[in-house]
Design a protein around this ligand. Structure first.
Ligand code: CA
Length: 227
């Protein structure tokens, strides 16, 4: 499932906003552009909020510094400032308002996006793989999953089902959620179809390790992959 990586652009100069949006799209991000500080704060209250805000300091309704100050009351999202003048840089650096970085106009949008990537990478350290998940190796290009080093002989739906569970370790996924994610091309799938595939999947895992049962049943709720 593709989750949009939304970046908020708060900039009242359309040409600058357009060039940033273009560079972001080229790099696979989803730009969201607003021109006012109030709109920026509203956008950052969305669920889920944008990953990061690119914030111009000179905005029509309030200073970008003030936007950041207000943002910090409810969000830790990183902020990249756009500044036009050196005295603005002094204020960004001097006041500890929680900016992550800044660029001075004129700037290269590609350079800006590269720096955004650095900030986002810093934010999301790779999660350690839980032991049960580490027993599996997903090879998406081959549409194959290995369990304890052994390739599993899975049908397409069994493969997608296991892959989905592996992507959400310890999350209970309801039968309806699994149907939405796995049986995307078969909307009339019944809940008992999910159960039947879990059963056959468990049997195939036991062929590799007779004592293995990493798929947990949560009565009346759904399934999860054990940690
Ligand atoms: Ca401006």
């Amino acid at each position: 499932m593709h989750i949009p990586q939304t970046i908020l652009i708060v900039e009242d100069e359309q040409a600058i906003a357009d060039s940033i949006a273009y560079a972001l799209r080229t790099e696979g991000f989803t730009p969201l552009h607003v021109t006012l500080g109030e709109q920026a704060l509203a956008a950052m209250r969305a669920a889920p909020p944008p990953l990061l805000a690119v914030l111009d300091i000179g905005l029509p309704d309030m200073s970008g510094l003030e936007v950041c100050r207000r943002l910090r009351r409810f969000s830790d999202a990183p902020v990249m400032f756009l500044t036009a003048r050196s005295d603005e840089i002094d204020r960004v650096v001097g006041l500890e308002i929680g900016a992550d970085d800044y660029v001075t106009k004129p700037f290269s949008p590609r350079e800006l996006v590269a720096r955004i990537r650095v900030i986002l990478r810093r934010m999301t350290p790779p999660a350690p793989r839980p032991a049960a998940v580490a027993a599996f190796e997903v090879r998406p290009l081959e549409a194959r999953i290995l369990f304890r080093g052994q390739p599993l002989d899975l049908t397409r739906y069994e493969y997608l089902l296991l892959k989905t569970l592996l992507e959400h370790p310890a999350h209970v996924l309801s039968r309806a959620q699994l149907m939405d994610r796995v049986w995307t091309d078969a909307p009339e799938t019944l809940e008992r179809t999910v159960d039947a595939h879990v059963k056959s999947l468990r049997a195939k895992l036991r062929l590799v390790d007779a004592g293995a049962d990493p798929i947990l049943t949560h009565r009346g709720m759904g399934y999860s992959l054990a940690l």
